[in-house]
Design a protein around this ligand. Sequence first.
Ligand code: ADP
Ligand code: TRP
Length: 325
Amino acid sequence: MRVLSGIQPSGKLHIGNFFGAMRQHLELQAKHESFYFIADYHALTSNPNPADVPRNVLDVTMDYMALGLDTEKTVFWCQSDVPEVVELAWLLSCITPMGLLQRCTSYKDKIAQGLSANHGLFAYPVLQAADILIFNSNLVPVGADQKQHIEVTRDIAGYFNNTYGETFVLPDEHIIESVAVVPGVDGRKMSKSYGNAIEIFEPQSSVKKKVMRIVTDSTPVEEPKDPDKCNVFALLKLVASLEELAQWDKKYRDGGMGYGEAKKRLVELLIEYFEPYRQKRAELENNLDAVKQVLENGAKRAKAVASETLAKARKAVGLDYRSCK
Ligand code: ADP
Ligand code: TRP
């Protein structure tokens, strides 16, 4: 069973990324052959400042390494080190109906948010399909927002196999279910692009400031409160033990507790949760060569698999004049 997933290098990862995706990636690596990559080609669809891209790639790598990436076992690389996927994306593009891409909601959402409607953004799911298919991936753990892209991948693989003969393995979608959307300090989905994120390795003083700013309602201290509607409680759920959570649940419902009290405990728990990894993260900052080496090694291993699948696909579509007798 091969597991594959990609994460865009949009800067230092936040706790929404961790509980929503990364934690599961790290857990799966013990049980399965895992392939994880930094989707820098995909990130170009939102036209980042070129000066920021290299640092963002290394930040994501260091975050993964600090939190327990098994660099021996797991293949971890930077997408653009294996450009074979771009060639495969072209082969796939040529059998992908326009209508399939026009129905993709993430494209429509991004346009609605004001991103420019460039061709890369439109073709994004085809490149994602190439990422998945080129590595013969069986399981693709992603958040619910990516479900449609996996369905599109299966559709594209099906068209290709029907047209040119069995070439690709169809992946199963594997939606990460355990965690609902993690809210940011303003109550919207925590996201780098909303400026409401708490980074995993944010300095402790800044974690504190951000938690204290989390938006809550104005229920007075003495009145009962609904934990299920509270952003602070939603974050406590991620880091508190079940016993402690039950106590907070009761405190909320009984009344007599201010949100400040819950926030103070949340700061402690967040700091405690990531504390064991902080030192490793700081050490990596001082050893960027070792970090780059992990990506180099990963790229080599990934390339070996990718070039084999690409050769098969090239042959299937007839890019193969040498075989002509
Ligand atoms: P961002 O919105 O900060 O740019 P990405 O879209 O790059 O984050 O998400 C990377 C991964 O993290 C995806 O698998 C996504 O489902 C997950 N993720 C991102 N934000 C959250 C969140 N607030 N709650 C849960 N999962 C999240
Ligand atoms: N689109 C994914 C995201 O924004 C990142 C991604 C790119 C990906 N290629 C992938 C995820 C292949 C899984 C498989 O989160």
